[in-house]
Design a protein around this ligand. Structure first.
Ligand SMILES: [Ca+2]
Length: 310
């Protein structure tokens, strides 16, 4: 009996040592495909992205093969810097990928490049002891998520992606996972605004306010798309999109077009069609006739902070 315990202890020790070295025999890889237990892979050490220096374990991985001309299967393809190679799970059920950085690392944002076989329910967890995990992200996308950075901003030794529901009829597959430093990712561009009158091309702001993943903000130069003349040929609002260097997020500017014909201001005022109108009143050049007509409107309809020019 005692000898049996010693043998079991010896087997466990060898198993734990193998796992800590990230060395798993090929036979273990084959077993994990059906039972869902982890396989271990030592990622290639390249420096830079902590994911590339991490030891990766995952609940399953398909055999190394070529599918649609792409090298597919093992988890090492998650971090090889090549968006034509991909990891593929063996099921559409509960699957996970875990990164062990060896020591706590600062993780700013995570970018996941999904293959068509995305997860329609997935989460990201972090941990420092591989026991207690904290959820930092959860999403249930109805279509394949874009490569928008997921803000993590945590110092952690372990990072885990769990997939709980498949978005397609195929097992999950991911081309690449990357980490970006906190503060280098633009997470939001504030919508700008501009005004013009009918028939006059609006002057759009040269910069928009960007928010970074660490919460800091900065005004960045924007290149706006050309505006078709028909957009500002009549009263109303329209949106112009633009590009800001360093992000795929579109910049937006909402343009309000006011009537060139002054008499229409009165119509707008009476009908309260444009709330924005009131805030522009003091700066507008108005004829005396229009001023007179506006004064005749019932007092309660004029926001009382508005003072008509004398
Ligand atoms: Ca890859």
């Amino acid at each position: 009996m005692k000898r049996t315990r010693q043998i079991i202890a010896w087997i466990l020790t060898v198993a734990i040592m193998s796992m800590s070295l990230g060395v798993i025999p090929a036979s273990a890889l084959e077993q994990t495909a059906s039972d869902g237990y982890p396989v271990g892979i030592s990622a290639v050490t390249t420096g830079g992205d902590p994911l590339q220096d991490a030891t990766i374990t995952c609940s399953s991985e398909d055999a190394d093969h070529i599918a649609n001309g792409e090298q597919t299967g093992p988890a090492k393809y998650l971090v090889d810097g090549d968006k034509k190679t991909r990891w593929a799970a063996t099921s559409r059920g509960n699957e996970w990928i875990k990164f062990d950085f060896g020591e706590p690392k600062e993780i700013g944002s995570l970018i996941i490049t999904w293959e068509t076989a995305f997860a329609s329910d997935y989460s990201i967890f972090v941990s420092n002891d591989d026991q207690e995990y904290t959820s930092v992200f959860h999403d249930t996308p109805s279509s394949k998520p874009g490569e928008t950075p997921i803000v993590i901003n945590q110092t952690c030794r372990y990072l885990k992606l769990t997939m709980d529901s498949a978005g397609t009829g195929y097992p999950y597959s991911i081309y690449e996972m990357e980490v970006r430093d906190a503060g280098t990712i633009i997470t939001d561009l504030k919508t700008a605004s501009a005004e013009t009158v009918e028939g006059i091309a609006p002057e759009l702001p040269e910069k928009v306010t960007a928010t970074y993943s660490d919460g800091k903000q900065s005004d960045l130069k924007v290149t706006w798309n050309a505006i078709p003349a028909k957009n500002y040929s009549k009263v109303g609002t329209f949106e112009v999109l633009g590009a800001v260097s360093g992000t795929d997020l579109p910049a937006k500017c909402v343009v309000t077009v006011y009537p060139a014909d002054e008499s229409q201001y009165l119509r707008l005022a009476k009908n309260r069609l444009a709330e924005e109108f009131w805030f522009h009143l003091p700066t507008m050049r108005m004829s005396r006739l229009l001023q007179k007509q506006l004064r005749r409107l019932p007092r309660k309809r004029l926001p009382w902070e508005i003072r008509l020019p004398m």
